[in-house]
Design a protein around this ligand. Structure first.
Ligand code: DON
Length: 304
C-alpha cells in the first residue's frame, strides 16, 4: 500500500484545524509549545517508514508512556497484575479520584493516572532504577538509543503533582501501593516526561501489530495473548473518556497523551503515530484524532 498520497491528503486537510485545539496548560513547558504543528508516521512490519509534516520533531509523550510502563509491568507480573488494576473504562476524567474510594483503591484501568501509578509502583518493586526503565525499554523498542526524558518537564510535573500524590496516597491507604509515594511519583513523572518523535513512536508500537514480537529484531516483547489484551485495552480505555467515540470514528487501538501525541496500530500491518499539540475538550489531539479517522476512512483499514 502506498501511504504517501494518503498522508499528504491528511496533512493538507488538517491545516485549517491546527489553531482550533488548546495546548495542555498545567505545566509551563507544555503551555509554551507552539500550536501549529502536525506530524504523522506509519511504519509497516517490513520496517518501511512513511511520514509527513513534523514527524521528526520530538514532543512530550506524557500518557503514551503509560502504555510502555504497562508492557514492563505485564512482562514482570503477567495476568497477576489485574488483581491490582482493573480493565474497564472509567467514564471519568483521567485524573479523577472518585472511584478509588468506592472501589477499594483498585483503579479502573492502567491508563487513568491512578492505574498508571499502581503500574509504576510495580516497576518500583521490580527494578533497581525504576526512573529509567521506561525510557530504556523505549530505546530498545524504537531502535533509538539516544531518546531520553526531558529533565525540566519531569521537574515541573513533579512540582505540580499534588493530585497524583493524592491518588497514590489513597491507593496506598488501601494497600495497593507498596513503595514510598515519593519514589512512585519520581518514576511516574520521569516517564511522562520522555520526549520522542512520531517515527520513533510508530516503531515502538510495532510489536503490538505483530502479535507481540518486535519485527525489527525478532524479539518477543509480550506473548500473543498479552499483546491482544493490551490492544483491547487501548481500544476501550486508551483515549481517555472519549474512547467510545474514538473507536466509533477511528476503529483502531490507540493511546493518547496530553502532549498531543496518539499512537495506534493496525494489526498485522503497521504502527502509527500522529502528533499535533492542540487538544480537544477530552484531552486528545484535535487534529491527530481527525487524521487517524481520515486514515482508516481513506485506506479502508481498521480492526472492524
Ligand atoms: O500525570 C499527568 O496528569 C500527566 N503527566 C499525564 C497526563 C496525560 O497525558 C493524560 N493521561 N491519561
Amino acid at each position: 500500500m502506498d501511504y504517501r498520497p494518503v498522508l499528504e491528503q491528511i496533512h493538507a486537510t488538517v491545516q485549517p484545524l491546527l489553531d482550533q485545539g488548546r495546548v495542555a496548560s498545567y505545566i509551563p513547558e507544555l503551555a509554551a509549545v507552539p500550536l501549529r504543528q502536525f506530524g504523522m508516521a506509519i511504519v509497516t512490519l517490513d520496517g518501511r517508514v512513511h511520514s509527513v509534516g513534523d514527524a521528526q520533531v520530538a514532543f512530550s509523550i506524557q500518557s503514551i508512556s503509560k502504555l510502555f510502563a504497562l508492557v514492563l509491568a505485564l512482562q514482570a507480573e503477567g495476568d497477576a497484575l489485574w488483581q491490582r488494576v482493573g480493565r474497564e473504562p472509567s467514564g471519568t476524567p483521567f485524573n479523577s479520584l472518585v472511584q478509588l474510594e468506592s472501589e477499594a483503591g483498585k483503579p479502573r484501568n492502567p491508563f487513568i493516572n491512578a492505574g498508571a501509578l499502581v503500574v509504576t509502583d510495580i516497576l518500583c518493586s521490580r527494578y533497581a532504577v525504576p526512573e529509567n526503565v521506561v525510557s530504556e525499554s523505549l530505546q530498545k523498542l524504537s531502535g533509538n538509543p539516544t531518546l531520553h526524558y526531558d529533565a525540566r518537564v519531569a521537574r515541573s510535573e513533579r512540582a505540580h503533582s499534588d493530585r497524583n500524590a493524592a491518588m497514590a496516597h489513597f491507593a496506598k491507604s488501601f494497600g495497593n501501593l507498596r513503595n514510598p509515594v515519593d519514589a512512585v511519583l519520581d518514576a511516574y513523572c520521569r516517564h511522562c516526561a520522555i520526549t520522542m518523535n512520531c517515527e520513533d513512536l510508530a516503531r515502538a508500537v510495532l510489536f503490538l501489530a505483530n502479535r507481540g514480537v518486535n519485527p525489527r529484531n525478532g524479539e518477543r516483547v509480550l506473548s500473543a495473548s498479552l499483546s491482544k489484551r493490551l490492544s483491547a485495552l487501548m481500544l476501550t480505555c486508551g483515549t481517555y473518556d472519549a474512547a467510545g467515540d474514538f473507536a466509533f470514528r477511528v476503529g483502531l487501538p490507540a493511546k493518547s497523551g496530553v502532549g498531543g501525541g496518539i499512537v495506534a496500530v493496525i494489526p498485522d500491518t503497521c504502527g502509527i503515530c500522529v502528533w499535533s499539540p492542540g487538544l480537544d475538550e477530552s484531552g486528545n489531539s484535535h487534529a491527530g484524532s481527525l487524521a487517524l479517522e481520515m486514515l482508516t476512512t481513506l485506506t479502508g483499514r481498521s480492526i472492524f
